[in-house]
Ligand binder design. Structure first.
Ligand SMILES: NC(=O)c1ccc[n+]([C@@H]2O[C@H](COP(=O)([O-])OP(=O)(O)OC[C@H]3O[C@@H](n4cnc5c(N)ncnc54)[C@H](O)[C@@H]3O)[C@@H](O)[C@H]2O)c1
Length: 267
């Protein structure tokens, strides 16, 4: 058992909820934030069955004030927090660069990148004051591999990778550690927030998600193990992990494989 405390944004559904359950099972005090009250309250009830003190707070990561009031609440209830998981995200817009509107770019950047920036900016002073803390930032294999027709989502996830790499070094002298999580597809409700200019893409993505052998619970387990071992990279899916190595060591071969993959997916 532990006396540690964890806060998870976007914790009402999918990966956020699975992470909450995993850490709750290990005795962590758990708080989840989300914009979906209905799912938040349902998730809180499930969490309470294993961690009676777990609670849900409405928290929109596009609003710095919401994160600041979560920090104040956690300081009051728990006297601080040990892990902040910047997980809240939306599925972005599928489509070619000329079709995706600037308003859609703003939307996905505001949630997926700026939401993580706001989370790190809000909790870093508290971590420094405590003399410890751990950020778990949820990026995606999309941020490492940049597949075509998903430019705004890819850019946000590459941004989360870069921010996490920066903080890993910048905050290390304060005993603040960081992990970045880069999974490929697994089944969640993410396509509900996805926008698309490509006919039938939602069902294709849903198919890829439902066929994935890796579940949200598996990703949550990898996150838990990475936290315990204090590892930075959490790249959960074997194929995408191999593709990432190929990209680093043989960019030309990577480009050829990506062209082939794009033909299969979009023609
Ligand atoms: N499912 C996948 O295949 C996959 C793959 C790689 C990365 N991810 C990432 O995992 C993270 C979790 O997504 P998921 O797949 O569990 O999807 P999900 O839709 O099931 O969960 C996302 C949660 O974030 C919440 N949310 C959305 N906007 C928010 C905001 N402004 N403030 C607070 N909460 C907000 C939603 O209400 C939802 O509960 C996301 O960052 C996503 O990009 C998912």
């Amino acid at each position: 058992m532990t006396d540690k405390r964890i806060f998870i944004t976007g914790g009402a559904s999918g990966l956020g909820k699975a992470v909450a359950m995993r850490f709750a099972r290990d005795g962590f005090k758990v708080c989840i934030g989300d914009v979906n009250d209905e799912r938040g309250i349902e998730a809180e009830a499930e969490l309470k069955a294993i961690a009676p003190d777990a609670f849900y707070l409405f928290c929109d990561v596009t609003k710095i004030k919401h994160l600041e009031s979560v920090r104040a609440e956690l300081e009051e209830r728990w006297g601080g927090v040990d892990i902040v998981v910047n997980n809240a995200g939306v599925g972005g817009t599928a489509g070619s660069i000329e079709d995706v509107s600037l308003a859609d770019w703003q939307w996905v950047i505001d949630v997926n990148v700026m939401g993580v920036v706001r989370g790190c900016k809000t909790f870093t002073p508290l971590f420094k004051q405590q003399g410890s803390g751990h950020f778990i930032n949820i990026a995606s294999a999309a941020g490492l591999l940049s597949a075509p027709m998903m430019s705004n989502y890819n850019v946000t996830k590459a941004g989360v990778v870069s921010l996490s790499e920066t903080l890993l070094v910048e905050l290390s002298s304060h005993n603040i550690t960081t992990s970045v999580v880069c999974p490929a597809f697994f089944q969640t409700n993410l396509t509900e927030s996805m926008r698309s200019h490509i006919g039938g893409l939602h069902s294709k993505v849903n198919k890829l998600m439902s066929r994935s052998k890796i579940t949200a619970e598996d990703v949550a387990e990898s996150i838990f193990e990475a936290y315990m071992r204090q590892e930075f990279w959490v790249v959960t899916h074997p194929l995408e992990r191999r593709m990432w190595y190929v990209k680093r060591f043989s960019p030309k071969v990577f480009n050829m494989l990506m062209q082939r993959h794009a033909k299969k997916l979009f023609s």
